[in-house]
Design a protein around this ligand. Structure first.
Ligand SMILES: Cc1cc2nc3c(=O)[nH]c(=O)nc-3n(C[C@H](O)[C@H](O)[C@H](O)COP(=O)(O)O)c2cc1C
Length: 104
């Protein structure tokens, strides 16, 4: 779960009138809820973006996300930075089919 709204973001939102971008532990669904409720203007993703080079597309399609591997954080090499897989064509099609099932 992202930072608890009641703990941190509510007083911040009241005191700060600029664009408020939250971060830390949000799932895409939690981010949408936080933005929809007006408690924040945007949410930044860290680990989810590291593990998913196509994160915006995955969120748009409701596709599964690759899980980040914390053993390869801060490693200094390519492993864990540039080797997480993009959606395959088959996964992309399956996600599209799931997303449109409800509107058929
Ligand atoms: C491997 C790794 C490297 C990071 N490097 C930076 C960095 O250079 N600068 C920074 O401000 N935050 C850095 N962060 C923190 C992220 O930007 C983010 O605040 C943190 O991962 C929490 O957001 P998340 O729950 O969406 O992952 C890093 C996080 C990870 C896991």
């Amino acid at each position: 779960m992202g930072i608890q709204t009641a703990d941190v973001l509510t007083p911040l939102r009241a005191a700060f009138h600029g664009t408020l971008i939250a971060n830390m532990g949000y799932t895409p669904a939690e981010a949408a809820e936080a933005i929809g409720s007006g408690s924040v203007d945007a949410v930044a993703f860290g680990r989810a973006f590291l593990a998913n080079p196509d994160l915006p597309e995955r969120i748009r399609l409701g596709a599964n996300l690759n899980a980040p591997n914390d053993k390869t954080f801060y490693g200094g090499g390519a492993e864990g930075y540039t080797d997480y897989p993009f959606l395959t064509d088959a996964q992309r099609e399956a996600a599209r089919d799931n997303a449109t099932e409800g509107v058929r």
